[in-house]
Design a protein around this ligand. Structure first.
Ligand SMILES: [Fe+2]
Length: 140
């Protein structure tokens, strides 16, 4: 938790400005999407738009945690889910392997573009799950 007082207010201000930038990016991408029809461009822009929306939601969690002192993670819930999350970690590892093989076995730029994008996502999912599982160890 951030310190109370001016430092806390400045931190909150920065996070809220960041959140506003994400909302702005979302709107700009939406406008841009109206100008394109190609599936690859449309999908890339749509993913960026959805990511901006998710960033906005994540930043709201930070704001809520500072302003409302909300309990954001139920450690018991996390512990109950841990074996299922570990199973999912194995699925993500498999996806990393498939995406990596697809990327390396193709010479086509478009295939590599898509496979590298998915590969980055699968690595991110793997890391997210690992960090979530670590949280249970840190908090217990
Ligand atoms: Fe995944």
């Amino acid at each position: 938790m951030e310190d109370a007082g001016p430092k806390r207010e400045l931190f909150l201000k920065t996070v809220k400005e960041w959140q506003a930038s994400e909302a702005d990016a979302c709107e700009r991408i939406e406008k841009l999407m109206k100008r394109v029809k190609s599936p690859l461009i449309t999908t890339t822009l749509d993913i960026m738009k959805q990511d901006s929306g998710r960033h906005k939601t994540l930043l709201q969690i930070i704001i809520d945690s500072i302003e409302g002192n909300k309990d954001l993670v139920d450690i018991k819930e996390l512990a109950d889910l841990s074996s299922t999350l570990r199973e999912h970690l194995a699925i993500e590892s498999k996806m990393i392997h498939v995406a990596s093989n697809t990327y390396e076995s193709s010479q086509q730029y478009i295939v590599q573009y898509i496979a590298s994008f998915i590969l980055a996502d699968e690595k991110k999912h793997h890391e997210m799950l690992n960090k979530l599982l670590s949280l249970a160890e840190v908090k217990t």
